[in-house]
Design a binder for this molecule. Structure first.
Ligand code: ATP
Ligand code: MG
Ligand code: MG
Ligand code: MG
Length: 496
């Protein structure tokens, strides 16, 4: 099945189960001071879950554009280095607001994966909440009972609070969840590892990964920390679309599916470099240089989507808040393209037509905004490339100085300044230094980086849960102002 067919089949399946198929909410959130980007399918149903909006229709399903680059869910640093976390991804979801609960949700999830999509049940593992004696929450025996209708006992695994208990924030709706994990290892990998899939669930194995999270919201956490039953039970599920496509297409990397391959082909064409798929890498071990190229191509393919969809949703790169996050994503892609793909000129925007071709039907906003997106991306790339060139000028001066002093090592403070001011990651500085016969003091660099992180940690305390309920006296978002440089300034008023 193609990605498009899989997306459609999800919608068709839940439509046949009386769900209203609803559109994705924007990925950029414009009216919530606690969240800049949609990071899960349930974000748009917050008011229904809190009981302030009509829950009808009580069954809904969709594919939601998500971005996980800030706050509680920040996967940015993984992206490109692993093959299953993206910045922007689609989360397939189905919801029940006071309609079916655990049994219905479990039956439908299983029916869809095994009966409709024909995934091999032997490769599937499910987790259930093990319980928390300190908090007087029992194990989720109910979920375990319903799973055991479909799944043998040795494929049901107890999970801890971190993985199997979802909470809105410090207070509010919460409840246990069950996750479905897929063992997609090759026969050779299984033989070599000597471990069962069961042993590798939640162990960061890139071939035994989580695909679907099914949350059973049944409690309300009160301000004193105690739990009471929720007035309306809610089912909230989220399945990673790109991961599902990978399982369906028998691939071992999300990037080897037809979600990403057309973009990666375009990258190869423009750069004249080759990307190696999982199969090719397995057959012939690859060099460090080839690995760098692969990572860079994955980063660019991924970030292209994040940036293009953000602009389509009205978020331009800027120096403030959400705009700054988008700018940083775009710059990360430019750096990888510059360093490892030899792209000294704007590159990302050239991949846009391929993305629009692939995703423009499912997300018409992309097609509608294509001209603007291309223009903004190219301008951002050009301007950052000029900064990069300036940084290279500074590095050249520093190397001249080292040469004059007969030294061989660039100190870490300078390397960090290049990173901080000119956006040079250590990789890039090292690459240029190496080409000129110098090394970089990595330890010093890391010390400076740690200092920076400590400063940042103290400054960023806002976005640490899926949402926050505002108390009187706190700020509420009321809109945006724009400066002449197109920076969005968020305006707030006090809640009374
Ligand atoms: P993981 O443990 O793999 O980081 P998660 O537990 O953080 O995933 P959830 O918050 O449960 O993810 O989100 C629901 C589903 O969305 C996951 O089961 C997964 O399939 C998908 N998903 C989560 N994060 C990403 C991501 N960064 N890129 C692609 N898919 C993702
Ligand atoms: Mg995660
Ligand atoms: Mg997880
Ligand atoms: Mg999860």
């Amino acid at each position: 099945m193609t990605a498009k067919e899989i997306r459609d089949s999800f919608k068709q399946f839940f439509e046949s189960k009386q769900h209203a198929i609803v559109p994705s909410a924007p990925m950029v959130i414009k009216d919530d001071p606690t969240l800049m980007f949609t990071n899960a399918g349930m974000n748009q149903w917050k008011d229904i879950i809190l009981g302030t909006r009509d829950p009808e229709p009580r069954r809904r399903a969709d594919t939601q554009k998500c971005l996980r680059v800030s706050g509680k869910h920040n996967d940015l640093e993984e992206v490109g280095h692993d093959t299953y976390h993206h910045t922007m991804f689609e989360m397939l979801g189905n919801w029940s607001f006071g309609d079916y609960f655990k049994e219905g949700a479990i039956d439908m999830a299983w029916e869809y994966l095994v009966d409709v999509l024909k995934l091999n049940p032997e490769d599937l593992y499910v987790t259930v909440f093990e319980g928390s004696p300190e908090e007087n929450i029992p194990r989720d025996d109910e979920a375990a009972k319903y799973w055991s209708k479909h799944v043998p006992a040795d494929h049901i695994i107890n999970g801890n609070k971190h993985d199997n208990f979802w909470e809105m924030g410090d207070t509010g709706p919460c409840g246990p969840c069950s996750e479905i994990h897929v063992d997609s290892r090759t026969p050779e990998q299984r033989k070599a590892s000597g471990k069962s899939g069961r042993e590798l669930v939640n162990q960061d194995d890139p071939q035994v990964i989580e695909i679907w999270n099914i949350v059973f919201m049944q409690f309300n956490r009160k301000a004193d920390g105690s739990l009471e039953p929720l007035s309306m039970n809610v089912i909230d599920t989220g399945m990673g679309f790109e991961r599902l496509v990978r399982m369906m297409q028998g691939k071992h990397s999300n990037y080897d599916t037809d979600v990403f391959q057309p973009i990666i082909k375009a990258e190869q064409q423009i750069t004249g470099l080759k990307y190696t798929t999982f199969e090719e890498e397995t057959e012939n071990p690859i060099s460090k240089e080839q690995d760098d190229i692969n990572v860079a191509m994955r980063v660019c393919a991924d970030h292209l989507r994040a940036v293009a969809f953000s602009i389509a949703d009205g978020q331009l790169p800027s120096n403030a808040k959400a705009g700054y996050v988008i700018r940083r994503i775009l710059r990360r892609a430019v750096r990888y393209a510059y360093t490892f793909l030899g792209q000294k000129e704007a590159f990302l925007y050239k991949l846009l037509p391929t993305l629009v071709e692939e995703m423009g039907d499912a997300f018409p906003e992309l097609k509608a905004q294509q001209t603007l997106i291309a223009k903004v991306m190219k301008e951002e790339e050009d301007s950052f490339l000029r900064t990069l060139e300036k940084g290279i000028g500074m590095l050249n001066d520093a190397m001249e100085q080292l040469k004059a002093e007969g030294k061989k090592e660039l100190d870490g403070v300078q390397a960090f300044r290049l990173f901080d001011t000119y956006g040079f990651p250590l990789d890039l500085t090292e690459l240029i230094c190496r080409e000129n016969g110098f090394t970089v003091n990595e330890e010093q660099f890391n010390t400076e980086m740690q200092k920076q992180k400590d400063r940042a940690r103290n400054a960023a305390a806002v976005e640490n849960s899926d949402w926050v309920e505002l108390q009187p006296g706190e700020q509420q978002f009321v809109g945006y102002d724009y400066t002449e440089y197109e920076c969005r300034i968020l305006r707030y008023r006090k809640v009374t």
